[in-house]
Design a binder for this molecule. Sequence first.
Ligand SMILES: Nc1ncnc2c1ncn2[C@@H]1O[C@H](COP(=O)(O)OP(=O)(O)OP(=O)(O)O)[C@@H](O)[C@H]1O
Length: 950
Amino acid sequence: MATTLPRLRGSNDPPTNALPALPMPKNRKSTGGIASPTRTSRSGLRAPSAASLHGGSPLSPAPTGALPIPRGAGVNSAGKSIRKTVSINSFPQPPKRTGSVPPSPLSGSVTPARRARTPQAISKTAFQSGGTPSFLNGGGEGKSLLGGAGTRHSDGLISIASPTQSRSSSAQDSYSTSATTYDDPSEMNGAGIKEKRASKGLDGKGNVLVSVRVRPDAGGSNGQTEGEWMVDGRKSLVAYRGREGGDYYYDNVFTTHDDNSRVYDHIAKRLVRRVMEGYHGTVFAYGMTGTGKTFSMQGTASSPGVIPLAITDIFSYIRETPSREFLLRVSYLEIYNERIHDLLSMPTANATGAGGAQEEIKLREDSKRGVYATPLKEEIVQSPTQLLRVIARGDQARRTASTQFNARSSRSHAVVQIVVESRERLPGGSGAEGKRSGLIPGGVRVSTLSLIDLAGSEKAAESKERRQEGSHINKSLLTLGTVISKLSEHKEKEGKGGDKDGKHLPYRDSKLTRLLQGALSGNSLVSILCTIQTGTAGSTASANSHATETLNTLKFASRAKNSIVSHAKRAEEALGAGGEGGARVLLERYRMEILELRQQLDTQAKSNHTKAEEAEKEKDAEEELAREKEAEARHEEQILEMQLARTALKERIDHLNRLILSSKSTGVNSNGTYSALGIHNRFSQTSIRTSFTAPNSLERTASRGSSASTIGRKSMGARHSSGEEATVNEEDSVGEYGDGMASLEAQNQALQADLADKNRYIATLEKRLVQARRASSSRTSAGFSTPNKGIMVGEDHSVSALIKEKDAEIAELRARLDDKDRMLTALRSVTRSRDAAEGLETQRSEARSSLLLESVSPPPQDALPDPPVAKTKRYSPVRKRSVDEMSKMLDEMIQDRVESGQLVRGVRGSVRVANDRKAGGITDLSHPGLELPRNDHPAGDEAPSLIREA
Ligand SMILES: Nc1ncnc2c1ncn2[C@@H]1O[C@H](COP(=O)(O)OP(=O)(O)OP(=O)(O)O)[C@@H](O)[C@H]1O
């Protein structure tokens, strides 16, 4: 099929220019079949004979005899000239409008302005508007389309500015092409026509307009009289004085001087308005090839035709109707060789000019939509410029070729369909509120404006391709004529117009009639423009041929006028999107979509809200978790502290136990009966008592080392009573030399070890205390830094209690250290005293020895007896005395301290550091009264190191 449907359009893409060029008649590319008109043989084609021209031509399918002549119409030859019976005034009346909108010209009342307009003036106007139509000067009629908004390009094309403006009326011309203000052009049809208006409009005939336009002859005749032809625009009359001649009256007859604007105003303007109001409307141009169908429908840049002017008025109407909102979609198809092609989705032409394959478009019928082509691309348009661009694109894709009578002949029937959807806006507003709520009152009204440029009938053609095209064209036009004839027959029989179901009419015989079924059967307002050419501009044969064709066209027009009965009604408003018809209503579909989207938005907003709440909850839960973790950490800290405290207490217990053992090991002899400290009973007692100020400790020590304590006392008693045994026993525990020095040193060492232990313990406690304080402070700061979280008063209280307890413990231990220090001091003093005593004894021995060497006389009685060697280790009385002295000194010293309040004597004779002294901390150890002067210490004395450790 592609090979038989050559495409010579360069591209189907939309124009890239800023503004589209108005369609130019015959600016389409040739199909390439025939490059130039051929006037040679027509053999092989069905050439209409005289008989066929009379009644059997493609345009006059029925023989003359068989052709029913409607009542009221006539042919001049038989005194039955075809009479115009209806006028455009019968179109449905527009709704009454207030304000600036003038009364409807269809109301029948004639305004003074109209009365003042004379046929002569109109004729003059028509004449002035003919000739060379000028887009800018409007032919002096003030009918310039676009009011100068168009821009003429160097190539002669014009760009139409958007928004399109309505054409304005002028002083000379009382009719206006404005979408809202217009006079009735049909008044210009003359008084004879007016007389007939009274009888029409009731049977629906008024919904059908048939007009004839005479194309100017190439020879330049004025078109008023051309041989046997007489055209009277004022009377809407075409008269032929030749064979089968007669007077043909129509709704409108346009002379060669009438321009496109005037033609549009009279044949389509009102119809377009009705379409905007909800009626279906069809305008089609019918006529022999080259007579001006395309010129009338498309026009030129300087003289736009019906299609661009209709587009102008559509948008003007929309602009001037704020009470409704509109949606426009457009499709463009052609019927070529009985196949339908979508001109808006034509595949890109390949190099050979042949178009690519396109999905076959079929005609379907729907109760709501009627007959429609599918699948067909529809484009939604929002401006006249956009709509013109779309149509210009379709025009470029349309097939044309050169024929005998037209260098750029349309080889297909082209159908532009503009679907108008409209819906009432909310009263008193822009509809914004309604749009927001999605509740628009009323339904959507859908109407269709079909603008059809039929292919021209052609008798014969040389090329096979042209002949094939012509055959299809003629066949479809013949079918159209047949349908119209049968419509007339049917009407005659049934007494009513049309065969709405089409059962008895051959609509299906051609795609064209099938597509026009709705319009022909009365569902639509119809306006038919038949184009003729009266001038011969050639040979007599040519003139005869023309006359025949023209007569056929006139007869077709007459039959159409008398056969087609329209019962067009305003389209029902579709509510909802149910059914195919409803689903096609884009306004409704969009409204539903908007509603749906709005619901989605709401749902999203809700879900966002829920998400936010969930996030909030999650955050709360996280915070709660963090708080719990914090509390857990605190709890762990507390447990740790407790463990530390427990460990500290355990260590203390161990330490105390060790102390006890240490006392045993140092103070108890091998058989466990004597304490080394028992030797210095007083010191021992004191030391024991002062070492363990806590009664428990003392008692415990006493109980565990009962032998030591009791032995201590016992040894003291024994020393005084029996002495010897005690002395022997004492020697076991007084050191290796049995002089008591070892015992003192051992005690010293043991005490120092104890001191070291205690210092370590204190250090441990202090370390833990620091840790506990740190933890406490961090917790407190955390407690303060976290608002509304509260401070763990109970916990802090327990910690502070623990700290206090530890402080007290430390203080106590320090007090014990003090005691130990004092013990050490005392022991050292004792050591020094002993050393001093031993020095004295040595001197005495030496003196005695010298005496013995000088005289072997017995030693004097007052002299001290020499102690036996074995007894050299015994305590001498001097030593004993010195120890006693030292003990006495120590007691005195302690007594001094007690008196001065530095020490407190216990019930059982023990002493301890006064509380205020304890609180003084370790520095109190350096009290002059208790501190051992360093210079007095022998080398290796531990006292300074003890102070340092402390
Ligand atoms: N009323 C008119 N005034 C001036 N020129 C006209 C008029 N009518 C037609 N023409 C010119 O006549 C030529 C043929 O017109 P047009 O192509 O419109 O005829 P047609 O009926 O469409 O032919 P076809 O059926 O072959 O397509 C064009 O060049 C066009 O400009």
